[in-house]
Write a protein that binds this ligand. Sequence first.
Ligand SMILES: [Zn+2]
Length: 462
Amino acid sequence: MIRAAAIACVGCAMGSGLGCAVDHGAATSRIAVGGDSPLAALFVRVAEDAGIPSDELAAASWASTRFRFATDPEDAVRAEAESLRSGDLALLGGDGFRRDVDAALARGISGRDADGRKVIVTRRQAAGSTNGLGQIEQGLDYTGATWVAASTSNYQVASRGVGDIDHIVIHDTEGSFSGSVSWFQDPTAQVSAHYIVRSSDGHLDQMVAEKNVAWHDKCFNTNTIGIEHEGYEASPQLWYTETMYEKSAALTSYLADKYGIAKEHGPILGHGEAPDCSDHTDPGAGWNWDHYIELVKAGGAGQYLAGDITVDAPATIVAGELATVTVTAVNHGTSAWDLDATRVGTQGPQDRASQLYVAGDWIAPNRAAAVDAPTAPGATGTFTFQIVGPAVTEPTAIDEVFELVEEGGAWFGPTFDLAIQVVPAEAGSDATMTDHSGCNATGDGAGALVLLALAGLRRRRR
Ligand SMILES: [Zn+2]
């Protein structure tokens, strides 16, 4: 363990920085939307104007834009707020969009804006749910999918089986998951796919039985299974998530085994490569075929493993004081780590609420941070988050255990701990000006920041 080089002692007293876009919520003291992106403050401000919850507005924006705006963010966010306020979600994707937003709220969001700055939406604990991630119901053919039937006007009833199905066609939706599901349920659409995969968590809906002919590829439907993926060909890095690749690959692996299709790029192909009577090019050049086929061959079972973990944290912290912790770990698994799903979680026991939790910086009391950037196998991932010294009456040693977790998937080790000496606030004020907190490591400026942060925290307690 290494002592922190500097402490980001910024609080609301500074008028900027983490935790300043605070929204204490109507019913609880929970900070619903935080982070250092200006978007966080925008969501809070616009939501307040519209009289809607800020986390809901942020989740809606995440579901539709991934926090990247082609036009003025303020205009776009205000338009979304108006849709949410009026309950008229038709433009955003209707009831299905509502489900996407609810799923994002249940899961929590750790997203970044176009400049790489964080927007944190604290996870809402769903009533009666153990993990807030929802449940998978069994699909008609594939047990990993939920059955959501397409309109019977949108496919051809058949009795296909082994020998009849020899290709798997990969698509992207060029629209939201929910919007696409709704479209396949609309009898006027005249299009469908057997399966559709959601970007954020790899959730799968099966909409047409495999024995039937779905209408996904005008001239190439008879002998194929079609799989749609939520996203846009033009921005694959925002939509083609590792989780989606893996859940899709597990499905494709299952289909290939079932119908005797070679696990190769060829019999498994993109819409843009398939014989077709249209000019479709999806899923586009941004679809990582090498990685996808590798996952299909591995059964889609993404292998997660970390190693060479370093923890950069202060050895001592004053009660109420904020400090920055940086954890690095090498990805020793075969699957990349993803912004939306690879996180630091609490262990010992698993998913406990941490006493080091900082509202507005953490995704939830049991989730400190997501990986700072997508991390390929072999590369080093960084996880950065704040901690707060818990209230103590005498110097107290605390030791909290953490582990990396792939949301909706696996916990993967090894575990690591934060062993920190906490000193009471009164004695600590002196300590910060003299020696051992580590907070004055960068000089008087840092010390002044500590006092400002403490002042802010004291004020908030009243
Ligand atoms: Zn297509």
